[in-house]
Ligand binder design. Structure first.
Ligand SMILES: Nc1ncnc2c1ncn2[C@@H]1O[C@H](COP(=O)(O)OP(=O)(O)OP(=O)(O)O)[C@@H](O)[C@H]1O
Ligand SMILES: [Mg+2]
Length: 255
């Protein structure tokens, strides 16, 4: 088994004095896609935010290849942590290529390194090359998600975290985006995918963890996941369906 890329041990994090997640431990490896499932409000985004350094760690540690991460978000980007936040956060009024360039400027790099990164992005996502002069806001939902991922890849992370990349996408597009995410793991990245879509996620995941009430309640590799119904019903709520979410919040499909 390869070296652990991202190690989270006993993590507690929240907002102000409010502890939202506690005792969260996860180990993710290169070439591995771990899906972190959980219903609305379970603390998934809070966990990713703490790993990325967007909010402080109240307890526990986050390590990257054995090095504890105590610095700012920028320090963590430089150390190799990438985060694609929920909601396809691209600069809609800027061109596709400008968006990639901006992704590269989050770390100090030479002009050559940025253009190499852009070339790599176009190789992985040929549609972005085709649309490189178009404004990001004119892309479809799926294409914007690809752009958000390509932007996060610009600093060449070793760990890539994605927060509900399926949100707002039509099912066929979700499969395409998940296929791209799975291929990132196959190519060697350590991928931590936060999702609510159980079936789509399990189809591409190597490991699955479930966050419920701010704590990890299941953490297993997919091959050892013996009772999918238990995962679905006990931990994600019986009202959960892939068409909507546990609280009935609508997700508007986009192409
Ligand atoms: N900035 C904030 N200040 C205070 N409380 C917050 C803040 N952000 C989130 N929370 C609370 O923390 C809890 C966990 O939220 P979080 O966004 O981490 O859940 P989630 O699992 O990502 O949910 P979702 O599926 O809706 O994205 C919720 O009760 C939420 O109301
Ligand atoms: Mg969230």
């Amino acid at each position: 088994m390869s070296e652990v890329a991202l190690l989270v041990e006993g993590l507690a994090a929240g907002y102000g004095p409010l502890k939202i997640v506690r005792g969260v431990s996860l180990a993710c490896r290169p070439h591995e896609l771990t899906v972190l499932l959980g219903r609305n409000g379970a603390g998934k985004t809070t966990t990713l935010s703490a790993i990325a350094g967007l909010i402080p760690t109240m307890e526990g540690t986050v390590s990257l290849f054995g090095t504890p991460q105590t610095g700012t978000t920028v320090d963590r980007v430089q150390a190799g942590v990438g985060l694609v936040q929920e909601g396809k956060r691209v600069f809609r009024a800027r061109s596709v290529e400008d968006n990639l360039r901006l992704g590269g400027y989050s770390i100090r790099r030479t002009r050559g390194a940025i253009s190499d990164g852009i070339d790599r992005a176009y190789e992985r996502f040929p549609i972005l090359k085709e649309k490189r002069r178009d404004v990001a806001g004119s892309l479809s939902g799926g294409q914007q998600q690809m752009l958000a991922i390509a932007q996060a890849l610009m600093p060449q992370p070793t760990v890539l975290m994605l927060d509900e990349p399926s949100a707002g996408l039509a099912p066929a597009i979700v499969e395409q985006v998940f296929g791209e995410i799975a291929s990132l793991a196959k190519d060697g990245l350590c991928v931590l995918l936060v999702e609510q879509l159980i079936d789509h996620s399990l189809a591409v995941a190597d490991r699955v963890a479930v966050l419920d009430g701010g704590q990890i309640t299941i953490d297993t590799d997919i091959a050892s996941l013996d009772n999918l119904d238990r995962l679905r019903e006990s931990y994600l709520g019986t009202s959960f369906t892939e068409a909507g979410s546990a609280d009935g919040r609508e997700r508007t499909p986009r192409t």
